[in-house]
Design a protein around this ligand. Structure first.
Ligand SMILES: CC(C)(COP(=O)(O)OP(=O)(O)OC[C@H]1O[C@@H](n2cnc3c(N)ncnc32)[C@H](O)[C@@H]1OP(=O)(O)O)[C@@H](O)C(=O)NCCC(=O)NCCS
Length: 175
């Protein structure tokens, strides 16, 4: 199903294309700085991938190890990873509007799952924005109840943003 796309690790040289995809996928309100993605690549260079079609970047997934149940703030540079990381934090997944529905997101997510397994990170966490909650629910993520600290962290992500966690790797990721 993913034959339409080629998947490969992301590099610093991909960042202009990644930022362009983010702008088109999420809109101007969620545009992050290049330094935000650079810091993810610095601390987790093996946890970022792009999907290409005909040599052009049409989607990406960035992740990194994390700890606990509070996500990093939106548009924040990672200065250092916490000690004893116990969670795979999926920083962002996005696909260009015109390239959706063809399996790009699933191809990227499969690579994320393989990385989680290789790192021994059984728990995954992310912030679902916009209409993406249903996409993550289908993949086994569940919404964390908001407390005051979490609600404050989620507020910049826009109305309806939710922190979602998945406690275990899916059956498919165990093979
Ligand atoms: C969410 C997103 C990455 C999905 O990309 P995509 O390339 O269309 O996804 P795929 O083609 O791999 O679809 C995988 C499956 O998820 C389903 N799906 C996609 N979006 C969905 C949604 N919002 N709710 C429920 N299911 C969804 C697809 O129908 C497909 O199901 P199928 O395999 O049974 O046909 C894309 O819509 C996007 O970039 N959205 C804007 C950015 C965003 O919100 N990213 C998530 C960050 S929280």
């Amino acid at each position: 199903m993913h034959d339409r796309f080629a998947f490969r690790p992301a590099h610093r040289s991909d960042l202009p294309a990644v930022l362009a995809v983010q702008r088109q996928a999420h809109g101007d309100a969620f545009q992050e700085n290049a330094e935000v993605f650079e810091s993810r690549l610095e601390f987790a260079p093996d946890a970022a991938w792009v999907a290409e079609r005909e040599g052009l970047v049409v989607g990406y997934l960035f992740a990194h190890p994390w700890k606990g149940r509070t996500p990093p703030a939106l548009n924040c540079v990672v200065e250092a990873l916490p000690a004893d990381c116990d969670t795979a934090y999926l920083h962002d997944l996005a696909v260009l509007p015109g390239e959706r529905g063809g399996g790009a997101a699933m191809g990227l997510f499969e690579r994320f799952e393989r990385w989680c397994r290789a790192k021994g990170l059984g728990r995954s966490m992310l912030v679902a924005v916009g209409a993406a909650g249903g996409f993550w629910s289908r993949l086994g993520f569940e919404r964390l109840p908001d407390d005051a600290a979490l609600a404050a962290k989620l507020s910049p992500y826009g109305a309806g943003a939710a922190c979602m966690v998945r406690a275990r790797l899916s059956e498919g990721a165990k093979s």
